[in-house]
Ligand binder design. Structure first.
Ligand code: DON
Length: 570
């Protein structure tokens, strides 16, 4: 590996430079901090190996879509926490010629799923049924998504793209310190769900090498037989057989019927920026659009980054946007979504009319949901820019950490617990505390509402930023703040990624701040206006991987030091 080309930018959360919210501009008198700079192409992802494999594919003549296939599968090998074959995701693209689009490879409810499948005879939600075990899984979309995108826009053969990933699975990857901790923390539940002899029940320590031969073999079959191997071949049969033995309901017909969907992205303007983000069944694009358009009339720069006024205005926009999200949004193939109305300027300015700078607006009288932020950063996002100027923002997930915890030992991967993203019962919060409504109820073949927000931003008509993050319900607000950090406060890409973040999602009615980021003045000002403040409930908010195109055309990576993200480029 050439160390000058591949720079590791991972660091501990304690080294984040702008650690504290304050009433002054945090970047005063500081030298700008830059992420990795590359001349032509870049990948930023949750694992160094995955970023480097994407770069290797581009150096072999592949483009961003070829690199997507390689990076996504390399994450499945090295980052089983969220990287996946058993999950789903979304990718938003902008081609070098300015054409934009997106692909939805979100999981679908199996054919035998039904609206009340997680309720007991009294109509109460059965705890754990939508989050753990075989019944928690939707029909996976990842293989369909990466093959569909690569077939339409890629340049190389899938078998050539997958070969370095197969080698990685066979030769192994080294367990990082964070990863050892995560594997340790789920060992018991993985044993409970899959039995004593399951692969990830073993004791893995930092520095150990994990060789996943079963996954290498699965990938070899997929490389030889294409996407149908996963949906109609031997892999499909093994998956269904395993899941059904564990009480799951996914059938061979469900897999055979799965198709990824091309969607028109959500596009809106914020001042001189044009933001291109994911459409439903992700709530990401609509909700980030509502938030940014509601704050657009305010002088955010004049307020100061993370000042009390800034936190207040953004919180009020977030609160209003999430209330709409939870009521109106769902799978567009099943429910009608008033997208243009939700993003209408007059509607949004009307929505902010009740904003009172002197005091908090109350979300509602509904009791706060219980939010399980312990499992909070399990999705994964990667950003890719190739030499030709094609850009991709991709967010992919199993939902919770290691998904449903069901591990298919014969195939070498975990299955998702995405069914929890549906609204099991109106008014009852899911694992992110999100309260759902009818639009997001369960139905066979329907996709569950997501918060994943892979996003591209143009400035003056040219691509400027590729951005996204994990974080469940906090994804949308983390992406919004990263864009505002760079645009309103002139931060570099790396600074915009590192700056402390906060979050409000309507219910529960509280502002979440990252651990150790608050100063007492800010707490006093916000508390005096009736805001409920929750610091450290979630130690971090998001783990952003972003790329900025600099004025000279070079690329700056923003790899979030909150986790072990890494940029690679050339
Ligand atoms: O699609 C969604 O919104 C969730 N399944 C994302 C889950 C996630 O980000 C987990 N990590 N924080």
């Amino acid at each position: 590996m050439n160390k000058q080309v591949y720079t590791r930018v991972a660091a501990l959360v304690l080294s984040i430079p702008f650690l504290v919210f304050s009433c002054q501009s945090p970047s005063e008198e500081k030298e700008p901090k830059r992420g990795l700079i590359a001349e032509k192409a870049m990948v930023v992802s949750a694992r160094g190996e995955a970023s480097r494999i994407g770069i290797e594919i581009m150096k072999k003549g592949g483009n961003a879509f070829d690199a997507m296939m390689a990076t996504e599968m390399a994450l499945a090998v090295t980052f089983p926490f969220a990287g996946n074959l058993g999950g789903g995701g979304f990718a938003v693209y902008r081609l070098a010629n300015g054409e934009i689009g997106s692909i939805d490879y979100r999981e679908k409810a199996p054919g035998a799923a039904h609206r009340d499948m997680y309720l007991d005879e009294n109509g109460d939600v059965i705890p754990g049924l939508s989050t753990k075990g075989a019944l928690a899984s939707g029909v996976p979309g990842t293989i369909a998504g990466i093959f569909e995108a690569q077939a339409k826009f890629g340049k190389l053969e899938p078998k050539d793209i997958l070969q370095p990933v197969i080698d990685l699975a066979r030769n192994g990857f080294v367990v990082s310190t964070q990863q050892a901790g995560r594997l340790q923390s789920i060992r018991e539940v993985v044993r409970e769900v899959n039995g004593e002899n399951t692969f990830y029940a073993k004791e893995w320590n930092a520095g150990d090498t994990i060789k996943n031969i079963a996954l290498a073999e699965t990938l070899e079959r997929i490389a030889s037989n294409g996407r149908d191997e996963f949906y109609k071949g031997e892999t499909a049969k093994i998956l269904v057989d395993h899941m059904q033995k564990m009480g799951g309901i996914i059938t061979e017909e469900d897999l055979a019927a799965y198709e990824a969907a091309w969607r028109e992205p959500i596009v809106f303007d914020y001042k001189e920026l044009r933001v291109i983000s994911m459409a439903p069944p992700s709530s990401g694009g609509v909700t980030i659009g509502q938030i940014l358009k509601m704050v657009e009339p305010f002088d955010l720069k004049g307020m100061g980054h993370n000042s009390a006024d800034y936190v207040q205005v953004l919180t009020e926009a977030m609160r209003r946007a999430y209330a709409d999200r939870n009521y109106y949004l769902g799978d567009p193939d099943f429910v009608e979504i008033p997208i243009s109305e939700l993003l209408d300027d007059a509607y949004l300015s009307n929505r902010m009319e009740s904003f009172d700078p002197e005091k908090a607006t109350l979300s509602s009288d509904i009791a706060e949901g219980s939010v399980l932020f312990a499992e909070s950063m399990e999705t994964t996002h990667y950003s890719i820019m190739d030499e030709e100027g094609n850009a991709l923002a991709v967010t992919t997930t199993l939902n919770g950490a290691y998904g449903s915890k069901v591990y298919l030992d014969e195939l070498g991967f975990f299955m998702n617990n995405e069914m929890d993203d549906f609204s099991s019962k109106a008014g009852v919060p899911n694992m992110f505390g999100l309260i759902g409504a009818e639009a997001n109820s369960i139905a066979p073949g329907k996709r569950m509402l997501s918060s994943m927000t892979p996003t591209l931003v143009e400035r003056d008509g040219k691509l400027w930023m590729i951005v996204g993050t994990p974080g469940g319900s906090t994804i949308i607000t983390a992406v919004a703040q990263t864009i505002l950090n760079a645009y309103e406060f002139d931060m570099t890409m790396q600074e915009a990624v590192e700056a402390p973040r906060f979050h409000h999602q309507w219910l529960p009615d509280q502002i979440l701040f990252e651990e150790n980021t608050l100063d007492s003045t800010l707490v006093q000002i916000l508390s005096a206006k009736n805001y409920l403040i929750n610091e450290g409930r979630t130690p971090i908010i998001g783990s952003v991987d972003a790329i900025m195109v600099l004025p000279d055309g070079k690329l700056e990576g923003g790899a979030d030091p909150r986790r072990e993200n890494e940029a690679a480029g050339y």
